[in-house]
Design a protein around this ligand. Structure first.
Ligand SMILES: [Zn+2]
Length: 128
């Protein structure tokens, strides 16, 4: 019988058997493969979310390179802006809540409009 000094990659028990064996049993092989799959799903989700956030920032920047621009909400939607994704919130003393995508943010206004702003250093103090 071939004996290796390696351990099972799932349960860490010493492996007995052919060289190059990675798991002690089919259960351990299946457990490792399930774990890998769910880790991949997490990575995929984060990658997709990051892409959405980057696209949101790109859209805000495109329509308001210097900040402080008011436009129709629809304009952002047509450009693929996803209102469900943002990086952080900023609440003013007046109670307005800005949603930020990195350094660009927006405030929802009446009549389906949005005000786009740039992140300002003083906002750091009032982060929600
Ligand atoms: Zn095992």
């Amino acid at each position: 019988m071939d004996y290796t000094k390696r351990n099972c990659e799932a349960c860490d028990q010493p492996l007995v058997g052919r060289a190059g064996k990675r798991y002690c049993s089919n259960q351990c092989r299946a457990a490792a493969s399930n774990r890998r799959r769910s880790e991949d799903a997490g990575e995929r989700l984060m990658k997709e979310t990051n892409l959405k956030l980057r696209h949101n920032r790109f859209v805000l920047q495109r329509f308001s390179p210097e900040g402080k621009t008011t436009l129709k909400r629809e304009v952002l939607q047509v450009a693929g802006f996803d209102f469900r994704h943002f990086t952080h919130l900023y609440r003013t003393r007046q109670g307005n809540t800005y949603h930020f995508c990195y350094d660009y943010g927006y405030l929802l206004l009446e009549e389906e409009k949005v005000l786009i702003v740039n992140w300002q250093p003083y906002m750091e103090k009032n982060k929600v």
